[in-house]
Structure formats: structure tokens, C-alpha cells
Write a new protein. Structure first.
Length: 152
């Protein structure tokens, strides 16, 4: 099982908790930290379940609920906001037919907001999984999403 393989990659030290949680989430088909992930991590590190759950719940890059195969994180920082991210958010919600925090019915996309992606010079910006995209327009967003749909 993938959980045991992941745990074996790390020494059973609480300093490795974030690395373990990232690896578990990345390898979960629904891209989240499942209750079983929390349990096995807590057991492996010999810490309370509540400790691991609180860590996973604190950091925004972790999700405690199932998500789509592709995570869209739209930047809502002041530079992106000034350059039109609010209208892009409305466009994404309409195009995907979901609200922030929701997943499309086909399980393809989950829409999230993030405070800053660090690429303000190409605002407005979003992150699709690990890829950064800037200078966004509705047409560019369509191209990015269509390309991702074709890859799967």
C-alpha cells in the first residue's frame, strides 16, 4: 500500500511530518489528507492523532476533504486583484460551474484561492497543480483548462 511506502522514506521524527503529509496528499487520487493518512502518520511518529490533524488543518496547502485531479489556485493578492483576478474568479466559477472550495462533477478540477503566488509581475495569476500561469485572460484560462482536459 502506498502509505507504508511513503512512511518508509522518512525517519520517524516529527520534523518530517510536513514532508510525509505532502507525500501522502500528492499520492492520494483525490489529492487530500485522508483520515487514514492522519492515523498512520500519527502512529508512525508516535504523536496524537489530534496533533497531526491540527497540522494538516493549519496549512492551506493541505486539504482535509477530497479534491479534483487538478487543483486551480487563483491568486487574490492586491496586485492580482488590481489586474482583474476578481473577474477571472467569476469566469472560472461560471465556466467550471462550481464555487470556491468545490470540485467539478467529473472530478477534474477543484477551485481554490490563495493569498500570493509570488509572480506579481505577471498578474493576474493562478497555479494549476504545480504549474504557474500569469497574464491571465478568460481566453488564456480556457486554453490552459482545455490543454489539461486533453492530457487526461
Amino acid at each position: 500500500m502506498y502509505r507504508e511506502l511513503i512512511l518508509k522514506k522518512f525517519k520517524p521524527s516529527v520534523e518530517n511530518l510536513l514532508y510525509i503529509l505532502h507525500d501522502l496528499q500528492d499520492n492520494n487520487p483525490q489529492k487530500y489528507v485522508a483520515p487514514e493518512d492522519i492515523r498512520v502518520s500519527a502512529d508512525y511518529l508516535n504523536v496524537p492523532y489530534s496533533f497531526v490533524h491540527s497540522v494538516a488543518g493549519f496549512y492551506t496547502m493541505f486539504s482535509l476533504k477530497p479534491r479534483g485531479r487538478n487543483i486551480i489556485r487563483l491568486c487574490e493578492s492586491p496586485p492580482c486583484h488590481l489586474m482583474g483576478s476578481e473577474s477571472l474568479l467569476e469566469y472560472l466559477k461560471g465556466t467550471l460551474k462550481i464555487n470556491v472550495g468545490e470540485t467539478t462533477k467529473d472530478g477534474m478540477f477543484t477551485l481554490e484561492l490563495t493569498s500570493c503566488l509570488g509572480i506579481c509581475g505577471v498578474a493576474p495569476a493562478m497555479m494549476l497543480n504545480e504549474e504557474m500561469h500569469g497574464n491571465l485572460t478568460p481566453e488564456r484560462v480556457d486554453d490552459i483548462l482545455n490543454k489539461r482536459r486533453e492530457e487526461i
